[in-house]
Design a protein around this ligand. Structure first.
Ligand code: AGP
Length: 614
């Protein structure tokens, strides 16, 4: 939520900052702004709405040349999305400009204190409190880094702050607590940002900042310290993807590109998981086998799409390990006083690795002495750093706000974890695990075959542009797929969409069925006869009441033919793996429908990619 960038170096800062904001706009697009230090004064420009509004403003009224600047793209929390509430915020003495990601929870009392001293506020934001405090503290302490430390020690909540000082040319100071911040180390230039995408064009060498750390950067150096002023350690790393991964590469939307990247992303997530003896190895899991053998309950905690990946995983994990597995929405987890013991394994799933609700759930679980394994797509993000172990999904950057390859790779990582636990606990024989892994390795090809036939889904979207409501049904692992299919549609098409367990419809929601209402039904593979036949009956129940049935069923399943108004064929795969092929037409349908409706698919209204507030 909110993208932040800062630059010092030989290039024109405005261009670098605006380019960085463009690559981070997925994090928030309520407003955008920049502040540059030029000849000892601040020059700022900020505009409500998407970045293009700021770009138009900058084209009309260019800012002076400068080698030092900060920028921000906002997802509004405190104060509406207006020009005045846009960041950067400048202190009353005109000395510092500051951008912020997160929420300053004690801003009201701090603001009251400042107002009592006569400070006049220009905006309704919590951020301006930090800017005003920084302006006062820099006068008191002399240096921006000491002033930043003094400010951070007064703030409560989650924040990444980045600031420039007119009295400190060629220097940027940034700080973080519960919110992301990385440094990009270039050759004679430095970057700070919420996400490496902001500077991937210039350098692939990054440094992750730890909790409660401050960094001071100049073109040649970066110095990390704690909020207490102690020298800090930081972890340099090399980014294993390049600029092309962060660009659309000829597609109209990142989302469409990311849907097509799924076979490769799944293959990459599966890569190198077997050792010479045919044993499944998860190098990243540094939890002793003895501890894993003691696990008597698994709790998966996540939000949104990642939560649905967890729901899919539950079926596989319980089936393979015979360990009870609960799946919980992260924002609810700690408030219900969950029963957690040292033998509980908490698995968190997060594409971004920064989701505040999930992070707080991890902290709660660890306070209760549970071991936490994170499934994450972002190297070095806060969630993997605060967990006992991590399985990285290797999906590459996911930029479309609606998660696609994030989901399928999360499901695969959960399967790997489930099989690993089964191996450690001895609930599956080695050859059974190898057979399942072999099946999984076929999945990228099967997913590709769905994509090869995706035109039928695109045409379907064209036929449904006038629909106001769409339902999704599934049973077993098809149920979370129904939920995820509905979420995709809500997020980017703004249509009423709901997913239901197919058997639950008759307990109420069937009242929603009326003539012509589209109902997508995910039909399980035929092998599991009871399950399959029950779903076929459910299709007939809705069709008898006028629903227009869109049936997703495997190749060769002819029992569904008579009950499908529209039939979308899926390749044959084992039941537990069907989510990986069944979700693709639903993702694509949502993407295509939203495109036809004229919506911004990558930046849907009111949303942001990385939700760093609770
Ligand atoms: C999915 O399309 C979302 N936009 C959203 O539900 C997302 O999955 C959720 O916010 C969790 O994000 P995370 O995976 O980065 O933690």
């Amino acid at each position: 939520m909110c993208g932040i960038v800062g630059y010092v170096g030989p290039r024109q800062a405005e261009q670098v900052v605006v380019d960085g904001l463009r690559r981070m706009e997925y994090r928030g697009y309520d407003s955008a702004g920049v502040a540059l230090v030029a000849d000892g004064t601040l020059a700022t420009a900020k505009k409500a709405g998407k970045l293009k509004n700021l770009e138009t403003e900058l084209a009309q009224s260019p800012l002076p040349a400068s080698r030092q600047g900060i920028g921000h793209t906002r997802w509004a929390t405190h104060g509406g999305p207006t020009d005045t509430n846009a960041h950067p915020h400048v202190s009353a003495n005109g000395r510092v400009a500051l951008v912020h990601n997160g929420i300053i929870e004690n801003y009201a009392s701090l603001r009251a204190g400042l107002e009592a001293q006569g400070v006049e506020f220009a905006s309704q934001t919590d951020t301006e409190v930090a800017a005003q405090l920084l302006g006062q503290e820099v006068t008191r302490h002399g240096t921006l880094v000491d002033a930043m430390r003094a400010v951070c020690n007064q703030l409560e909540g989650a924040f990444t702050l980045v600031a420039v000082d007119t009295a400190a040319p060629g220097r940027i100071v940034a700080a973080r607590r519960n919110s992301p911040l990385v440094v990009g180390v270039g050759d004679g230039e430095m970057f700070v940002a919420s996400d490496v995408a902001a500077f991937i064009e210039y350098t692939r060498d990054a440094v992750e900042l730890g909790q409660d750390q401050i960094v001071e950067v100049t073109p040649e150096s970066y110095e990390v310290s704690s909020f207490d002023g102690e020298p800090g350690t930081s972890k340099p790393y090399h980014i294993d993807w390049d600029l092309s991964a962060a660009e659309k590469g000829g597609y109209d939307w990142f989302m469409r590109k990311e849907i097509f990247e799924q076979p490769q992303a799944v293959a990459d997530t599966l890569l190198g998981r077997l050792d010479h003896d045919g044993q499944l190895v998860l190098d990243e899991i540094r939890i002793a086998a003895a501890d894993l053998r003691r696990v008597d309950k698994i709790v998966i905690v996540a939000c949104g799409t990642a939560f649905y990946a967890g729901l899919v995983a539950k079926y596989a994990i319980e089936h393979w390990t015979r360990v009870p597995c609960e799946v919980e929405i992260a924002s609810e987890f700690r408030y219900r006083d969950p029963i957690i013991t040292p033998n509980t394994l908490v698995v968190t799933i997060s594409q971004s690795g920064e989701t505040a609700d999930t992070l707080m759930a991890i902290r709660h679980a660890r306070e209760q002495h549970a071991k936490v394994i994170a499934i994450c797509n972002t190297n070095g993000a806060t969630i993997p750093r605060e967990s006992d172990a991590v399985i990285y999904t290797h999906a590459g950057p996911e930029i479309g706000v609606a998660s696609t390859k994030g989901f399928t790779t999360q499901v695969v990582a959960c399967y790997l974890l489930g099989l690993y636990l089964a191996q450690v606990k001895g609930t599956k024989f080695g050859d059974e695990i190898r057979d399942l892994l072999a099946e999984l390795e076929h999945l990228p090809t099967k997913m590709q075959s769905v994509l090869d036939g995706i035109d039928q889904t695109a045409k379907l979207a064209g036929d449904f542009v006038d629909k106001k409501s769409i339902l999704f049904l599934g049973r077993h692992v098809g149920y979370p797929i129904a939920l995820e299919g509905a979420l995709k549609l809500k997020e980017i098409s703004y249509l009423h969409a709901e997913g239901f367990p197919a058997g639950e419809l008759k307990h109420g929601p069937i009242a929603l069925i009326e003539e012509g209402l589209p109902v997508f039904v995910v039909v399980p593979p035929q092998g599991r006869d009871q399950l399959h036949d029950k779903v076929v009956s459910n299709i007939q129940e809705v069709r008898a009441r006028g629903a227009l049935t869109v049936v997703l069923a495997e190749d060769g399943d002819n029992e569904v033919d008579a009950h499908a108004d529209i039939l979308l064929r899926l390749p044959r795969v084992p039941t537990l793996f069907q989510p990986l092929v069944a979700i693709i037409p639903l993702q694509y349908f949502a993407c295509e429908l939203a495109t036809l409706l004229g919506h911004d698919v990558d930046q849907p209204r009111n949303l942001a990619k990385s939700v760093t507030v609770e």
